[in-house]
Design a protein around this ligand. Structure first.
Ligand SMILES: C[S@@+](CC[C@H](N)C(=O)[O-])C[C@H]1O[C@@H](n2cnc3c(N)ncnc32)[C@H](O)[C@@H]1O
Length: 319
């Protein structure tokens, strides 16, 4: 995962890509193809794709995080086949159209969630393990930050978010405790939020930090991650060419459910219309599943803990 490599005690801004071989197989990279990496991160998947492209191939990447894009700019300067935009993947269609390749994309990969540098930098506020500003925005220019939202949203809304995106059993109690805490002094740091959760949740130890679900839920909400995924997948299907491949790596069940249903629903005849004597073209499948859900093997999980929860799904556009 999510491991920052340490070289002689210095932290190196790095991210180990998960399921790399499986993604390359899933994309079935053609040397002269046009590919999109919708989640550049630190470019692990991008570099591997470039490694399989010839001189005529191209790779376009997106990331909403300016630090990721700064890394991508270095790759752009070094490799003329690569370009990157700071954009949400909910804008995929517009960006692809601007490159003049709508309907001509050979493959798209989404490696969802946060990168190791995002998690490991206390300043970004994603982690309950290090104290920093309570931020959690992938794009720090977007608003609100986690602190702005937690200090102003109705307690009922906070409880709903914790339940919906974190499946947090103590959502109501934690939301009330946040309300009581901010009435005394606004929450400002990840440590403030960890303390509120720690004082409120008294579950038997499970091996998971009690703030895990709370941080996941707030991060998903603040970055509108599931709405982005819905939009990104729909637009990916539009911009792919027939025969183009879609690869999605998810890290929790909310994401995986969206990817799984998206691919399943498009790879079968619409059940509501399947019994008609003549099935209309609009109800015919537009995708075909390529294999089932793929998981990391023991060796990868041993080397990269983040790979444990990774699930890859692949589908091909057929119509
Ligand atoms: C798991 S990391 C990708 C790591 C990358 N595959 C690598 O090998 O380095 C996910 C990246 O996607 C970005 N991201 C997440 N949601 C996004 C969205 N809706 N639009 C654009 N980028 C997004 C994050 O900022 C993060 O850099």
């Amino acid at each position: 995962m999510a491991c920052i490599a340490t070289v002689r005690g210095l932290e190196v801004d790095s991210h180990v890509p998960v399921l790399l071989e499986q993604v390359l197989r899933g994309l079935a990279v053609r040397a002269d193809g046009f590919y999109v990496d919708a989640t550049f991160g630190r470019g692990g998947h991008s570099r591997a794709i470039l490694g399989q492209l010839g001189a005529g191939g191209r790779l376009m990447a997106l990331d909403r995080d300016p630090d990721a894009v700064a890394e991508g700019r270095r790759l752009e300067a070094a490799d003329g086949r690569f370009s990157i935009e700071q954009e949400r993947f909910g804008q995929l269609r517009r960006i692809v159209e601007s490159q003049g390749v709508k309907g001509a994309v050979d493959g798209i990969v989404f490696d969802l969630g946060v990168s190791s540098p995002q998690l490991d930098s206390a300043q970004r506020g994603f982690s309950f393990q290090s104290d920093g500003p309570l931020d959690m925005r992938m794009d720090p220019a977007a608003s609100p930050s986690a602190a702005e939202w937690l200090n102003s949203a109705p307690e009922r809304e906070i409880a709903q978010v914790l339940r919906r995106f974190g499946d947090e059993p103590d959502a109501g109690r934690i939301a009330r405790a946040i309300g009581a805490r901010r009435a005394r002094r606004p929450l400002a740091t990840t440590g403030d939020l960890v303390a509120v959760v720690g004082e409120t949740v008294h579950r038997p130890p499970t091996g998971r930090h009690p703030a895990t679900r709370v941080f996941q839920a707030i991060r998903i909400f603040i970055n509108r991650e599931l709405d982005e995924l819905d939009a990104g997948l729909a637009q990916a299907l539009e911009v792919l060419k027939i025969g183009g491949r879609l690869c999605v790596i998810s890290f929790h069940s909310l994401e995986d459910r969206i990817a799984k249903r998206f691919m399943r629903d498009r790879s079968r005849i619409d059940p509501a219309l399947a019994s008609l004597p003549v099935v209309p073209a609009s109800a015919q499948p537009t995708m075909r599943l390529v294999g089932g859900a793929a998981h990391a093997g023991e060796t990868e999980v041993a080397a990269n803990a983040r790979a444990r929860s990774a699930v890859l799904r692949v589908a091909e556009k057929i119509a």
